[in-house]
Design a binder for this molecule. Structure first.
Ligand code: E4P
Length: 221
């Protein structure tokens, strides 16, 4: 399975990649604007902090078919195209653009998915990844349950598209998707930190150290 960081915060990406086997980074137009940097600077810094084996997943901004195709070419040239994935929204123009971008040999992630039905059409259009917005879907119904169901529906049809569940707001949502066998997730840095920093572990380690020091007068073996 693949685990991506959903952020353009270079320091957070550097911090997390230093101790976790992260498979890459996903961005969207809002995430890029939040960095306060020009998009090219963000892409340059991502290329610097990530290895070529880690994917960079970046989204087109244009809303029309021709614009999406032109921007897909531009994004696919980042880092010489090595492990670059282009995000295309599941609008009507986007669904039309997905097979055309795929035909150029570019890996496509269909984004902005709010329902399993949109995901189904994006899979049928040939998208490699499908990004349902789990937390945002919860405003319309059982977001987590619908995405779990989507993972199973795709398997039944033998679609090659992988669900890359996105838009998480808490660890419980991520946990439920991981338990369903979801093949990819993209998670913001705070939620990733919450996944690994359990207070119980810190308490247990402090206890071990205190007992050891009391018995042997040192904190090493
Ligand atoms: C990821 O690819 C999406 O763009 C992202 O997860 C959306 O997250 P948000 O709902 O936090 O904006």
């Amino acid at each position: 399975m693949e685990f991506f960081i959903d952020s353009a915060d270079i320091e957070a990406i550097r911090e997390l990649c230093a101790f976790l086997p992260i498979d890459g980074v996903t961005t969207n137009p809002t995430i890029i604007t939040k960095s306060g940097k020009e998009p090219q600077q963000v892409f340059d810094e991502l290329c610097e902090v990530l290895t070529e084996d880690q994917k960079i997943i970046a989204q087109v901004v244009s809303a029309d078919y021709d614009g999406m195709l032109a921007e897909a070419d531009k994004l696919a040239s980042i880092r010489g195209g090595k492990n670059i994935v282009v995000k295309i929204p599941v609008t009507r123009e986007g669904l039309r653009a997905i097979p055309a971008v795929k035909a150029k040999g570019i890996t496509v992630l269909a984004t902005g998915i709010y329902s399993p039905d949109q995901a189904f059409w994006a899979a049928k259009a040939g998208a490699d990844y499908l990004a349902p917005y789990v937390n945002r879907m919860c405003s319309y119904g059982d977001g987590v349950g619908q995405v779990v169901e989507l993972v199973h529906t795709l398997a039944q049809y033998g679609f090659e598209a992988k669900v890359c569940a996105a838009s998480f707001k808490n660890v419980d949502q991520v946990h439920k998707l991981l338990a369903s066998g979801c093949p990819a997730v993209t998670v913001n840095p705070d939620t990733i930190r919450d996944m690994v920093d359990h207070p119980g572990t810190a308490i247990a380690m402090d206890e071990f150290a205190a007992h050891w020091e009391k018995a042997y007068g040192r904190t090493t073996l």
